[in-house]
Design a binder for this molecule. Sequence first.
Ligand SMILES: NC(=O)C1=CN([C@@H]2O[C@H](COP(=O)(O)OP(=O)(O)OC[C@H]3O[C@@H](n4cnc5c(N)ncnc54)[C@H](OP(=O)(O)O)[C@@H]3O)[C@@H](O)[C@H]2O)[C@@H](O)CC1
Ligand SMILES: [K+]
Length: 492
Amino acid sequence: MATLPDGALMQRAAAGLAAVCARILRGADNASPGMDWRGGGQVTRPARGGPYGARVVLLVGSGDNGGDALWAGARLARRGARVDAVVLRHDRVHESGLSAFLDAGGRVLSDDDGPLTPAAEQAVRKADIVLDGILGIGGKGGLRDDAAYLAALASADAGLVIAVDLPSGIDADTGETPGAHVRADVTVTFGTHKVGLLIDPAAEAAGHIELVDIGLGPYLPRPAVEMLEHGDVAARIPVPGRHADKYRRGVLGMLAGSTRYRGAALLSVGGAVHGGAGMVRYAGPREVSAMVLERWPEAVTAPDVEHTDRVQAWAVGSGLGDDRGDEAEAALASGLPVLVDADGLRHLPAELTCPALLTPHAGELARMLDVDRGDVEARRLHHAREAARRWGATVLLKGSTTLVVSPDGRVRVNSTGTPALATAGSGDVLAGLGGALLAAGLDPLDAGSVAAHIHGVAGQVAAGTAGQPAASDVLDAVPGAMVSLVAAHDLL
Ligand SMILES: NC(=O)C1=CN([C@@H]2O[C@H](COP(=O)(O)OP(=O)(O)OC[C@H]3O[C@@H](n4cnc5c(N)ncnc54)[C@H](OP(=O)(O)O)[C@@H]3O)[C@@H](O)[C@H]2O)[C@@H](O)CC1
Ligand SMILES: [K+]
């Protein structure tokens, strides 16, 4: 801002915003160079042939977010759209934006007494597009009274809701939703993706995300949250060299499954085998080991952790049950990198002395931190950070947006998640994958985020062929997912 004339960034933002609205109104293909990280993302749009004659309503808050909406509204009005503004506070409105809007033929439907006039409500209900310019990055807390009512009206009754920069009322920095907020079909965000657009529950309110480049790139600090793309993941997948042998590729010790949860052993060993482990040494009861060997003859088995030597990392806990805590503790005391999943998380010492990757879901993290599960779901980043700090470990919090948080503060959010992965045994596959990558020498942050990415791609592939895939289908899709990631990378 300091290097540019006053208002230049807002003009870039408004121009980009108006262009997206015009494109949507034209019914043009929605594919864009921006990131639609939720995949698919086709927007049901009011195809009108263009802005001319379209009904657009602006919800205008008291800050610059409202200014963006007004300037974009002025551009659409000049292209023949019928643009009405509902101004939340007439005593505090972006002045130059408002005069440009009025000069372009826009109308204001609210009055000094408040925004909720009958004309305003009627216009929102009939709109082709509602532009949500109530709050942007300056918003604090959820929407209040009139704004909350308008947000609900727009989300329920109106045409397409397009959020300006972010859906008003979400927390831009955490992904929390402290109160009432807009639910958008599309979010047009400026300069950089906001953390809140990437982490649930707020991310869910953002819909399809379009990034408008306003030239901030060279000035941005290191991002608070990273999201790996396919190429980033492919570059991190260990590829065996000419002199590879099973030890160089990484031997993983696996303490998982039990006579009660036999499937967990098969799925997690399978995840490790397909994840590229040079060898998997399975430690478990004789009848489970026999099943493992039948399905995965490349594995070797031993009765327990004590008799499992020459491993480079451990994966501990998937389907383990309650009675092998001593062995879990022994693996955790080995000093080797350890992935800890499910029942293994009950046996964490107060302080970890090894590089660790903890892979709880929200319920398990709630138990670890002695808080409510609902609170973990509402404040995913906060609680994952808290656990990473408390144990000095990398925490992979599974869920609709899987987070991987390193104790040094780095955060990655996975872009490939799919509801198809929310099925019994899916986490066992992930644990095997992550364990194999730890054994191959990736640090816990890379091992966790690469495993989550591959797992998500496998889930998408499996959903594409099996519809509602089982965890075994996801496991079967892992090799293909890895091939497609690496092949795409080689083509870059
Ligand atoms: N920075 C840049 O480079 C660029 C930024 N740009 C744009 O600017 C936006 C940020 O603008 P901003 O800073 O003016 O804040 P904004 O989000 O409009 O809201 C602040 C106002 O809302 C009020 N308010 C707060 N909470 C509230 C609540 N819960 N319920 C009701 N009211 C509440 C608050 O009042 P206060 O709390 O101060 O009394 C204040 O009046 C950004 O998101 C992007 O769109 C682009 O133009 C491109 C360049
Ligand atoms: K907004």
